[in-house]
Design a protein around this ligand. Structure first.
Ligand SMILES: *Cc1c(COP(=O)(O)O)cnc(C)c1O
Length: 396
């Protein structure tokens, strides 16, 4: 048999972590990696954070899972906390980001259905978006590598150029339900929306009674120095998907909605077997105990500025490799002049973990708990590696 036991859909690197401690991962032979990928913006408290670990251990021993057929004091408490901290009035918990986006799409469509306008089922989405890998969410992007071979895609999505407000507004017709977008595109290459773009979409939603749906799966949960990225922009969505960092490594997602937006989500319209079980709620609460704190958020901002300026100082020394830094807080991307994927692979051999993204960008997504020493180690190791790097012929 030639196929691997793990379905071969990932180009798995030789890095094989078996243990984590703070900002470091350790491989099978004890190799040490500085983890500035954090499981793609997931391990926001680093590895083995004592508060999160203890919360999961205690809850696992107390009650791991019950059905959503029963009352959930644990779910109610965490949902209430999310509502207090955001625009939302109600929350549906999921086990992943893509399920949170699916719930968001369904909530937006169902809003119009509940208003007696079932023809308003189309979401306007944006180029290079990433919303996950279900049939629904791949139908919402124009990225060929996600879509190829999976036709027929689901109808009901129109893709327009990201940050092009006029194109987005021109796409509105009698079938439009709203807009779905990442306020800061992650996978697409750390591309922040402009304020004008988000504010313009909000105004159009208000004018035409459409749903503004934010996918904050990657940019949410303190990554940018605000609890959610929309808070930077002061543009409030009607519906928002959250995941990745929200469980700090425990599989958890959430679809947040205003009372108005959730008008159609009545008994029987949606569900999940595991979603919001007591173990997941304990993980989410433990993460929020740490990150939902003004001082913590201010530190994320400071660390982000520190890391960004250290990178900007270092980059001119390797002018043939690095173009510029982009992003917000600790959601940073280095735009490269050579193939970012090849460089990310090379950095792994030097003990540095980062993540490639679209648009030839290398994502820098460290745990939010990094200290000054980790920033220094990262930039020094990166600079040394850049100095030794021989650009592969095919990537030059
Ligand atoms: C990762 C990601 C998703 C999908 O999350 P999964 O947990 O992999 O299902 C959706 N949207 C954005 C913006 C993401 O970064």
């Amino acid at each position: 048999m030639a196929i691997t036991p793990l379905m071969p859909v990932y180009p798995r690197s030789p890095v094989r972590p078996v243990r984590g401690e703070g900002v470091y991962l350790y491989g099978e032979q004890g190799e040490r990696y500085l983890d500035f990928a954090a499981g793609i913006a997931v391990n926001i408290l680093g590895h083995g954070h004592p508060h999160l670990t203890r919360a999961i251990q205690d809850q696992a021993a107390t009650l791991m899972h019950v059905s959503n057929l029963y009352g959930s004091p644990q779910g109610e408490a965490f949902a209430r906390r999310l509502c207090e901290l955001t625009f939302a009035d109600t929350v549906f918990f999921t086990n992943s980001g893509v399920e949170a986006v699916e719930c968001s799409i369904k909530t937006a469509r169902r809003y119009h259905f509940a208003k007696g306008r079932p023809e308003k089922h189309d979401l306007i989405t944006f180029s290079n978006a990433f919303h996950g890998r279900t049939m629904g969410t791949i139908s919402a992007t124009d990225q060929a590598k996600m879509i190829d071979g999976f036709a027929p895609l689901l109808p009901g999505f129109k893709v327009r150029e990201f940050n092009d407000l006029d194109a987005a507004l021109a796409a509105i017709d009698e079938n439009t339900a709203g807009f779905l977008l990442e306020p800061i595109q992650g996978e697409g290459g750390i591309r922040p929306a402009t304020h004008e773009f988000l504010a313009g979409l909000r105004a159009a939603c208000d004018e035409h009674d459409l749903m503004l749906v934010f996918d904050e799966v990657q940019c949410g949960v303190a990554r940018t120095g605000q609890l959610y990225a929309y808070q930077h922009y002061d543009v409030v969505p009607d519906i928002m998907a959250s995941a990745k960092g929200i469980g700090g490594g425990f599989p958890l997602g959430a679809c947040l909605a205003s009372e108005k937006a959730a008008a159609g989500m009545v008994i029987g319209t949606h569900g999940s077997t595991y979603g919001g079980n007591p173990l997941a709620m304990a993980a989410g609460q433990a993460v929020f105990d740490i990150v939902a704190d003004d001082e913590f958020l201010a530190e994320v901002k400071q660390k982000g500025e520190r890391l960004r300026s250290a990178l900007e100082q270092m980059m001119p020394n390797h002018d043939h490799l690095f173009d510029s830094v982009r992003g917000v807080g600790l959601m940073l991307g280095i735009k490269m002049k050579t193939d970012s994927r090849a460089f990310v692979n090379y950095l792994r051999t030097k003990g540095l973990l980062t993540v490639a993204a679209g648009d030839n960008v290398m994502r820098v997504l460290p745990p939010l708990t990094i200290e000054e020493e980790h920033i220094r180690e990262f930039v020094e190791t990166l600079s040394a590696a850049a100095g030794e790097y021989e650009v592969p012929a095919e990537a030059a």
